[in-house]
Design a protein around this ligand. Structure first.
Ligand code: FAD
Length: 365
């Protein structure tokens, strides 16, 4: 903190270093800088917005946490859910919405706002490990020192590995193709229950900002058949003849918050810590929310001798027992077939699906 006045010089010592300029790392860094800490964010990508791996849909609560310019988003009010034989039901919920995003543009925006808050953000910097003495941590390769290290480096965190912290073991893998948009794409988020092509999760179509995003996720060890999925939904969405503009994909940790996500002066946030809804597989809202909460806790810990930030985050993190139970059921019970054969009435289905998508189970996603 004392060194803030000399921030324009290349410095070698920070209150906090964050590894990963994703949603969690930037939310954490921005808040910590606003609290007066000297903050450095490092990311191995060469620039913000490169190699996007997420669909990038913001739930309403995430949008309210950190808004972005209108040109970067497209509002979606309705979810249309399809059974395997493509019977569908529409869901809407009083004033609730999702935001499809120009995700690369959004990441550039978040980096700009994080820098404006006073944090330094450097790209092309890979984390290679760190050593600790009694008062500081020293990053291998650069010699940069810090008082606290945050691992916001995604589902397969190098920070976690280097400090012997927990690993995400239950993972879905997601794959997405971006198609040329079409005027007839409408404004619904389409979700397809397709246990054959997307075992363990769903397929989706998002009328996005500059593209129509078509993707699916499946258990990590299962075969996710995106080609077969695209063909199967063509009669509904009309994809043939449209160019594929890009591809994204990555791993989604759905095992819940890791038991072992912190130690002295080191804390994991976001996907690195398993902060993802086990059922919807959404992680951006949690990344924002717990990234900020962690920053406040770290500032209190470093500046005012507060409790360890790990205990603060653990206490605040929702238990999500119902969602874990729902994920267990989805993994093991023939949910899609039950829907198809009408074991669930349309009304019950609507209510259950409404709880999943609009998250009225406990008000948190
Ligand atoms: C296909 C797919 C679709 C998804 N769709 C949605 C969705 O629509 N809505 C939603 O809410 N969630 C979605 N998720 C989940 C969501 O993307 C994640 O929960 C969210 O990105 C987590 O943010 P994060 O900052 O923790 O991690 P990440 O976004 O993974 O960011 C980690 C950062 O760390 C950097 N990094 C990694 N290793 C190093 C290293 N050694 N050195 C330096 N930097 C490093 C990476 O370059 C990256 O920038 C989806 C995930 C996938 C895979």
């Amino acid at each position: 903190m004392k060194e803030r006045a000399t921030a324009t010089r290349v410095r070698a010592s920070y209150d906090m270093v964050v590894v990963g300029a994703g949603f969690a790392g930037l939310a954490c860094a921005r808040r910590a800088a606003a609290r007066g800490l000297s903050v450095l964010v490092l990311d191995r990508k060469s620039e913000p917005g490169e190699r996007i791996h997420t669909t990038g849909i913001l739930v309403k609560e995430a949008w309210e946490e950190w808004a972005a310019p209108a040109r970067l988003v497209r509002r979606i009010h309705r979810v249309r859910i399809y059974t395997p034989s493509h019977k569908s039901v529409d869901l809407e919920h009083d004033g609730y919405f999702f935001m499809a995003t120009d995700t690369a543009g959004l990441m550039r925006h978040l980096v700009r706002e994080t820098r404006q808050a006073g944090a330094e953000v450097r790209f092309g910097q890979r984390y290679r490990g760190a050593s600790a003495n009694s008062r500081t941590l020293k990053l291998e390769g650069s010699g940069i020192r810090c008082r606290f290290l945050v691992g916001a480096d995604g589902a397969q965190s190098g920070v976690a590995a280097s400090f012997g912290l927990g690993r995400n073991l239950r993972l879905l893998k997601g794959t997405e193709w971006e198609f040329e948009p079409s005027g007839g794409d409408g404004d619904s988020l389409h979700c397809f229950l397709d246990p054959e092509r997307a075992p363990g999760y769903i397929g989706w179509v998002v009328p996005g900002v500059r593209a129509t995003q078509v993707g699916l996720a499946a258990h990590r060890d299962a075969r996710a058949d995106i080609r077969g999925f695209v063909t199967s939904i063509d009669p509904i969405i009309g994809l043939s003849g449209r160019r594929v503009l890009g591809r994204r994909g990555g791993l989604i940790p759905v095992g819940g918050l890791l038991r072992n996500f912190y130690r002295e002066r080191v804390l994991l946030v976001g996907d690195a810590a398993g902060m993802v809804s086990p059922l919807t597989a959404g992680g951006i809202h949690k990344a924002y929310r717990f990234g900020k909460l962690a920053a406040d806790a770290i500032a209190d810990y470093l500046e005012h001798g507060g409790p360890h930030p790990g205990t603060v985050v653990r206490r605040a993190y929702p238990r999500l027992a119902l969602k874990h139970l729902a994920r267990w059921s989805y993994d093991r019970l023939p949910v899609a077939r039950a829907l198809e054969t009408g074991i669930f009435t349309r009304n019950l289905f609507r209510r259950l699906a409404g709880k999943v998508f609009f998250d009225r189970l406990n008000g948190k996603l």
